[in-house]
Design a protein around this ligand. Structure first.
Ligand SMILES: [Zn+2]
Length: 432
């Protein structure tokens, strides 16, 4: 392990990343995403060296040298480390399922150095003090940068929004994920406050009165409602885990109108259909839905792939708890499902898993270029690997991908120039 201020040279990897955005694009991001379709930016893809000093990328090119540590990465591919917009670390209160430490280890094992944590813990995260407590503990663990969402309604009671005024600057995104805010008047109040306070509202779109009757209509209807409420309030909106054609069409229509709407899709909603019997919310959908979501990804309508990492104990899962773990399989699933069959390029996948989520979280990550955080992931794209849940760093073993063979394996994760994960079983040579 190197200290944060030491230099690290990654030598001879195939480096794949989108190039840094133009200044005006950065500016537009800080004001809020304007609903453009795709980034249209150039891509770098070639064998290069990367030098990190003081935690930041200082040079990318050939023939770089360093008097510090060096990693021989020939045969491996180097991408900007991933950033997850949607993870449940179950801390506090449900730490038998996951905690900040096990979740952080799972994240770096999956190539992630930043995560956005949901607020549906016990107790629910609804105050500045609670958020700061999570951030302090995550920083002490020191593996990933954490953004902690606060709830949209206080303690997720579905009614009270006066806590939003005092959340402070550490909170950028609010979400009642796990539930939607059923009362439209309350959601409008929250969104109006969010607009004034510069908060993004992240919506789990589900009319819970309809879930038992028609789970598709439950999602489609609330996607439309939340988009209209956000328009009326003038706030930035992020739609979580879009799973149906109808919901994605609503997002596309909003983007075409230039609304400040972003969206995420999960790896499992891109890779699996309802033919796989596995309980998750929103549910696995039809082949037509999956085909439409992949088309939306290829056409640039989808901003991010987010895991919705939802660890449960074996007993809770057997009792019907919805969700699956995702951090340690996301890259393999996405590379195998999207890049290998030719739906998108690897560079485009790094936009979905690294760059766009980093922008939505206002992080200086997601590109391999001078000035960006020295957060990288080295992957082996060619050696098939089998998902072994007993090797997971997560406490959760609940995944329908258990036993599946994938391509795209994370070999090493670097955060701020420090190696935070290294798969020692990989054919990898490190020299001082
Ligand atoms: Zn959700």
């Amino acid at each position: 392990m190197e200290s944060d201020t030491a230099s690290l040279l990654i030598h001879g990897a195939r480096v794949v990343s989108s190039t840094p955005c133009l200044e005006e694009r950065l500016a537009s991001w800080t004001k809020g995403w304007e609903g453009q379709k795709g980034s249209g930016d150039a891509v770098q893809d070639g064998v290069m060296d990367i030098l990190i000093r003081g935690g930041v990328v200082t040079a990318v090119g050939s023939g770089l040298s360093s008097d510090g540590a060096a990693i021989e990465a020939g045969g491996l591919t180097c991408l900007p480390a991933f950033c997850d917009l949607h993870a449940h670390f179950r801390d506090p209160g449900l730490t038998h399922k996951e905690d900040l430490a096990s979740g952080s280890h799972a994240a770096v094992r999956g190539g992630y150095t930043a995560v956005n944590l949901m607020a549906n813990t016990k107790p629910v995260i609804s105050s500045r003090l609670q958020v700061q407590g999570i951030l302090d503990r995550a920083a002490a663990i020191g593996l990933v940068d954490v953004h902690q969402c606060a709830s949209i309604t206080k303690n997720m009671d579905g009614m009270t929004v006066d806590h939003l005024e005092s959340l402070g600057e550490a909170v950028r995104i609010i979400s009642d994920d796990g539930h939607d805010v059923m009362d439209a008047r309350v959601m409008l109040q929250a969104m109006t406050a969010a607009s004034r306070l510069g908060l993004t509202v992240m919506c789990h779109c589900e009319d819970m009165n309809l879930s038992d009757t028609d789970y598709r209509l439950a999602e489609d209807l609330m996607t439309h409602r939340n988009i209209e409420l956000a328009r009326a309030a003038g706030c930035c909106l992020h739609i979580a885990h879009v799973s149906t054609e109808g919901s994605m069409r609503a997002v596309i229509a909003a983007k075409e109108q230039g609304r400040a709407v972003t969206c995420e899709v999960t790896p499992h909603h891109l890779a699996l259909t309802s033919a796989t019997s596995y309980r998750v919310n929103p549910p696995l959908r039809t082949q037509e839905d999956v085909d439409f979501l992949i088309r939306a990804v290829t056409q640039g309508w989808v901003d991010a792939i987010a895991t919705d990492h939802a660890p449960h104990t074996t007993d809770d899962k057997a009792a019907g708890a919805p969700g699956m773990v995702g951090l340690e399989t996301a890259f393999g699933v996405c590379y195998t499902t999207l890049v290998r069959p030719g739906h998108i390029t690897l560079a485009r996948l790094t936009e979905l898993m690294s760059r766009n989520p980093a922008r939505i979280l206002s992080l200086n990550k997601g590109c391999i270029a001078p000035g960006y955080d020295g957060d990288l992931v080295l992957v082996d794209l060619d050696t098939p690997w089998t998902v072994d849940t007993t090797a997971f760093a997560s406490k959760g073993r609940n995944t329908p991908f258990a036993g599946k063979t994938l391509l795209g394996r994370v070999v090493m994760t670097v955060k701020a120039g420090r190696v935070v994960y290294h798969d020692e079983t990989a054919p990898q040579e490190e020299r001082q």
